[in-house]
Design a protein around this ligand. Structure first.
Ligand code: HAM
Length: 438
């Protein structure tokens, strides 16, 4: 093939793809997320997929996501732009630009869309991935933190994902974190030569990220490292403890993981990650987030506290498939018309048009020649009924109705067409409404 999809990207298709790339599965998890957002009082925001590069540089001067993994380009007028690597910065930019923060004190927003990171592609890691995310802006409260964490937890529960673990940490405010940074550097200095290459670079640029290292030798050294939790001030400690109490109250189990520091620069205090042991990819973080109280101020706005999370759709779907989680049956047309002569083609088309106006889903074989081949197509499309009209039916003013589940076939008078179809449609339609999963 002359043209191939760029490395690290994938198509989402209606059929003939790996299970996790089938569109109706994407639509299902998206609808679960939309309903969840509604249940937690969040409204949707849509921002562009590219922004001025400087916006993202503001949130990631020391992060790989911004310094190494961004897709940067110049437009025809020489402006420096970047495909968005994440959603939080754009949401805050949009709120500030439209003065929305002045009109309302708090905002609870969600978004769904592609993000772009030039990472080494591997299972669970793509150069275009998709996120469901939320941002709760305007309030620093234990309840607000607990709400976003609960929401992410509940999302996975509604999808039937099991074996998940919530990792919780507080990375403190700037002062505590700087004190901790000094203590960590002091501890790591004698081990510097033994650390992985990546961690040696981080030692200079962003030592806290060393805590995130997956390298086994680094992990061994880090076992004895000082903990950020011992460097929190009194208020930060109290806030973190109160959050734990509230999460326990609403029965969300968690594990304190003091090595979680997150890959973007804007976080302070509460950070969290939900992982799944069964996720087969190299990255087992399904979703993550935290508090970012200084971001709006650093964008030129007031001091407005905020928190949020994002979860990767690819990882969610891959985990669901691995765990054999429930997906609703694929939606398909109810009726399939098989016209076998010119006069039948016109009649079937008029009938199909009439049904479609009445919201009865119908499809038609425009190339029908042999009945068996058309019935095979109908089976592939998983339709409920076929209507077959040939020269004989035109002459006798009838049509054949074939039930594709029972394979029963009967001849019906053409004048009774609508009556007959509505009868079968309402039977299936009632059945669908009674299915709680839809
Ligand atoms: P993040 O942890 O960088 O956070 O990304 C969120 C989620 O996106 C990850 O947990 C993972 O599931 C998924 N993800 C990230 N990179 C990739 C990739 N290359 N391929 C597949 N999936 C990926 C953020 O982006 C923050 N903006 C989250 C946030 C919102 N914090 C506060 N509000």
């Amino acid at each position: 093939m002359k043209y191939q999809i760029p490395k690290g990207l994938f198509d989402i298709v209606p059929y003939d793809g790996e299970d996790w790339r089938i569109i109706d599965k994407w639509q299902y998890v998206e609808s679960v997320f939309r309903n969840l957002a509604l249940d937690f009082g969040y409204e949707e925001i849509r921002t562009p997929i590219f922004e001025k590069t400087e916006l993202f540089q503001r949130v990631g001067q020391t992060s790989d996501i911004v310094t190494k993994e961004m897709y940067n380009f110049e437009d025809r007028a020489g402006r420096l732009l970047s495909l968005r690597p994440e959603g939080t910065s754009s949401v805050i930019r949009a709120l500030l630009e439209k003065n929305m923060l002045q009109n309302r004190k708090t905002h609870k927003l969600f978004y769904i869309g592609p993000m772009f990171r030039y990472e080494r592609p591997q299972s669970g890691r793509y150069r275009q991935h998709h996120q469901f995310g939320v941002e709760a802006i305007g309030k620093k409260s234990i309840e607000q933190d607990a709400e976003t964490i609960h929401m992410l937890w509940e999302f996975y529960s509604r999808l039937g994902i099991s074996n998940i673990k919530l990792h919780l940490n507080s990375i403190g405010g700037n002062t505590s974190r700087n004190q901790y940074k000094t203590a960590l550097l002091k501890f790591l200095k004698p081990h510097l030569h033994a650390l992985s290459k990546e961690s040696q670079v981080r030692f200079e640029k962003n030592p806290l990220r060393i805590l995130d290292s997956k390298d086994s030798k680094d992990r061994e050294i880090l076992k004895k490292a000082p903990s950020i939790l011992d460097h929190l001030n009194k208020e930060e400690k109290k806030y973190f403890e109160e959050l734990q109490t509230l999460l326990t109250e609403i029965q969300i189990p968690f594990e304190i993981s003091d090595h979680i520091v997150r890959g973007l620069d804007y976080y302070n205090e509460i950070v969290f990650e939900i992982t799944c042991e069964d996720f087969s990819g190299t990255q087992n973080s399904l979703g993550a987030g935290g508090r970012y109280d200084g971001l709006i101020h650093s964008f030129g706005g007031a001091n407005i506290p905020s928190t949020g999370f994002a979860t990767g759709v690819e990882r969610v779907l891959q985990t669901m498939i691995q765990q054999k989680a429930f997906f609703p049956p694929k939606r398909h047309s109810f009726l399939y018309f098989i016209p076998l002569c010119k006069a039948a083609e016109t009649l079937c088309f008029i009938w199909a048009s009439e049904l479609r106006i009445n919201k009865i889903s119908s499809d038609m074989d425009f190339t029908a020649k042999k009945i068996q081949a058309s019935l095979q197509k109908a089976s592939q499309l998983e339709v409920d009924f076929c209507i077959i009209v040939g020269e004989d039916e035109i002459k006798s003013k009838t049509f054949k109705l074939k039930n594709m589940k029972t394979r029963e076939e009967k001849t019906v008078a053409a004048v009774l067409f609508l009556q007959e179809i509505e009868h079968h449609w309402s039977k299936i339609h009632v059945g669908l409404q009674q299915n709680p999963s839809l």
